[in-house]
Design a protein around this ligand. Structure first.
Ligand code: NDP
Ligand code: VSD
Length: 363
């Protein structure tokens, strides 16, 4: 009797483990970011992470449209990116000079990219353009606080708006429904997952992007559902392909943008940031692409960030319910130590140097 119970427990444990491993993606090698032969639009594709991502996707066979303001850097970047193409005879590359902080510019980006892509909107749209102006909150002019929101939150929201409008038109590419979902990807930051002194002009915009991603992820279900309606008149109104939403949260990237932000960054912020290990544009791009290929919704690019993510999930969709839940328990305990440690660093800085202004603090 006891033996039977033992074996029943073993069998149950094995079944649960296999089920768990299956959910963890161990048996599924499906690529959730198919780009070969597809058209990918990237804002911020001329330097840093965006350029790194564009290079990898070109290597995997994608047609690429990069968007940024400076035309010369765009021209240099497209040369650099297209040099990695998988098949130069088939792949096409294009640049659009535009300022993503303006709504009408985002509409123009979508219109131009669609025209260039033989009348079809891009299959994948990835907002990477963004940047930080770190400084103590009270020392930051109000215009800068607003422009940080324009650059990061609105640059993503306007692009999402024009993209979803293009993708949900009933005429939008119904003939190629077999080629997988259309994907809208935003680039936030681990800075959205914690409070670090000196990042107040920036973090709230990146945190708002996370909320936008959660909300849009819920909302696109209506289009994906309408494609599967039993009612033909509902199906006729539905977009040609499924839509999926993703959010990437990188840590420090050694980019031109990072060098620039360090000019205004307070010394105490640099002190806190020491615990984060920087990635190159190629490293961060490879990790982001890998996370999206395995089907992640919120994708981090390094281990510490994956812990921070698990600790902050709230109602956000899990990439893997078992692993994410277990990690969130570990991180909840870890924060009992990390939180006070971060606070002590800032407190002790104040104790030693006083509330110095940005310029002095940055020295
Ligand atoms: N660097 C870091 O440590 C981290 C960065 N991030 C985020 O990752 C993303 C990439 O950062 P990073 O690799 O540093 O990139 P960079 O700052 O090096 O490059 C930014 C890119 O965006 C373009 N861009 C900037 N402003 C605009 C605008 N108004 N309109 C159109 N294009 C614009 C730039 O070109 P141009 O200036 O010619 O317009 C450039 O192509 C950003 O969203 C950033 O917030 C997240 C975590 C850490
Ligand atoms: C559970 C483990 C906890 C570990 C704590 C680590 C503390 C990290 C401090 C702050 C890092 C902020 C990086 C922001 C990068 C960024 O977005 C900017 N560079 C903008 O470009």
């Amino acid at each position: 009797m006891a033996g039977g119970l033992f074996w029943a427990s073993v069998v149950l444990a094995v079944i649960i483990s296999v089920f768990a491993l299956d959910i963890m993606g161990l048996f599924s090698r499906k690529n959730h970011l198919e780009v070969d032969g597809k058209t990918v639009l990237l804002t911020g594709g001329s330097t840093g992470m965006g350029r790194g991502v564009a290079k990898i996707l070109a290597k995997k066979g994608a047609n690429i449209v990069i968007v940024a303001r400076n035309q010369q850097r765009l021209a240099e970047a497209v040369k650099y990116i297209s040099a990695s193409a998988k098949d130069t005879s088939k792949q096409r590359f294009h640049t659009i000079s535009a300022d993503v902080t303006k709504p009408e510019e985002n509409d123009r980006i979508m219109a131009e990219a669609t025209k260039w892509n033989h009348g079809q909107p891009p299959d994948i749209v990835w907002q990477v353009a963004g940047g930080a102006h770190p400084a103590l909150f009270k020392d930051t002019p109000i215009e800068v606080l607003r422009s940080q929101m324009d650059m990061n939150y609105w640059g993503a929201a306007y692009l999402a708006h024009t993209t979803l409008n293009a993708w949900t038109k009933p005429s939008a590419g119904s003939q190629d429904a077999s080629t997988g979902p259309r994907q809208f990807i935003m680039t936030s930051s681990v800075a959205a997952l914690l409070g670090a002194a000196g990042y107040a002009p920036y973090c709230p915009a990146k945190a708002a992007m996370r909320s936008l991603a959660d909300t849009l992820r819920s909302e696109v279900n209506i289009y994906n559902g309408s494609r599967r309606s039993k009612d033909p008149s509902v199906r006729a109104e539905a977009p040609g392909r499924d839509i999926s939403i993703h959010l990437v949260m990188p840590g420090t990237i050694t980019s031109p943008g990072f060098e620039n932000e360090n000019l205004t960054k307070h010394a105490v912020t640099k002190l806190l940031e020491k615990d984060d290990s920087p990635q190159t544009e190629d490293e961060v791009a490879a990790a982001a692409v890998k996370g999206l290929e395995s089907g992640g919704f919120i994708v981090t690019t390094q281990f510490i960030a994956s812990l921070l993510r698990a600790g902050m999930l709230g109602g956000s969709a899990r990439n893997n319910w078992l692993l994410d839940t277990l990690m969130s328990w570990v991180v909840a305990v870890a924060w009992l130590f990390i939180g006070p440690d971060m606070d002590a660093k800032v407190f002790n800085y104040g104790k030693k140097y006083g509330a110095k202004n940005v310029e002095e603090g940055a020295k």
